[in-house]
Design a protein around this ligand. Structure first.
Ligand SMILES: [Zn+2]
Length: 313
């Protein structure tokens, strides 16, 4: 049986797994991946892959190709990982390095663009040629598919819509230099920002970590909001407003018939409902398939994306 190897490299974990052409995950293993630059990431990928081959092994024979999903800017045509973020720019020919090291053809892409490829093959792409895949996790980005083709831009930087302003003002400065970007309000990092800004204005039982580097848990915000905790109700309302505005702006931009939600913050029934309540019917009238949560397993969408990169080549 032909299989594909996927590597989903996030900021804190690396998920390695093998799947078939229908997107069934056959085997996988999770590794810790604390890394700072691209060279260090390459070493972590190699060490983890060596361990995977030794301890998990192939399902049948060697996979026909491998795909890697990465944060930051990726030239998927030439297999070059260009940048993690503007402060970490050290292009490496990752696809070539891994192809040579393991004797398996390797292809790479940005993580959200990879997940969008998976959505194209196994998800709503089966019924739509014009959709937006909106990922809301630690940050916010989209994959935009127009006439069946994903938009990439002149520097592989299309879809970084986390840095759009969406008419919600809380007074938080974003890492990009602007104020009140949607990511700074409604992503994982945004919930944390807003909780700290608004904590003196509302009563709350939410745990707001004092230590640097630790963030408010969005799952806890959702649970407390459902119980009527004043701060958490406000945080959910602000984030839902910001995300609904973002979605409506995106709809006006490319005229999709489907908006697919992925990532921990929005692949959640409670937040999904809150967003739907704030959408305006006139703006949304051509989004005939609706604003829907991905059908792909949210916990594995990054890995499936990496497999889709291997399949698409
Ligand atoms: Zn920004």
């Amino acid at each position: 049986m032909e299989t594909y190897l996927g590597l989903d490299l996030g900021g804190t974990k690396l998920l390695i797994g093998e799947m078939d052409s229908r997107g069934n995950i056959l085997k996988y293993k999770k590794y810790d991946s604390g890394y700072f630059n691209q060279e260090a990431a390459l070493q972590i990928i190699k060490a983890s892959l060596d361990d995977y081959i030794k301890t998990v092994g192939w399902y049948d024979k060697k996979p026909v190709a491998m795909g890697v999903g990465l944060i930051g800017r990726v030239d998927s045509n030439d297999g070059i990982w260009l940048q993690i973020d503007p402060s970490r720019t050290h292009p490496i020919a990752l696809a070539k390095e891994l192809t040579e090291a393991y004797g398996i053809p390797c292809y790479i892409d940005n993580d959200v663009k990879s997940a969008t490829r998976a959505e194209c093959i196994w998800g709503f792409g089966q019924i739509s040629k014009n959709f937006v895949y909106l990922n809301v996790g630690t940050g916010i980005a989209v994959g935009t598919v127009i006439d069946g083709k994903q938009v990439r831009g002149s520097h592989f930087n299309a879809g970084e819509v986390g840095h759009l302003r969406v008419g919600v003002h809380v007074g938080v400065k974003c890492a990009c230099g602007r104020m009140d970007c949607v990511e700074a309000i409604a992503a994982g990092i945004g919930f944390d920002n807003c909780a700290r800004l608004l904590r003196d204005r509302y009563e709350t039982n939410l745990h707001i970590p004092a230590e640097k580097g630790e963030r408010v848990l969005v799952s806890e915000v959702y649970a407390l909001s459902q119980k009527g905790d004043p701060l958490c109700v406000a945080l959910v309302d602000i984030a839902a407003e910001a995300l609904a505005n973002l979605i409506m702006n995106l709809v006006r931009m490319t005229d999709p018939d489907t908006v697919v939600l992925g990532g921990g913050i929005v692949a959640d029934g409670y937040m999904h409902e809150k967003i739907l309540e704030k959408l305006q019917p006139i703006t949304m009238r051509f989004v005939t398939n609706g604003v829907v949560i991905t059908k792909l397993n949210p916990g594995f969408i990054g890995l499936l994306g990496a497999g889709a990169v291997a399949m698409n080549r």
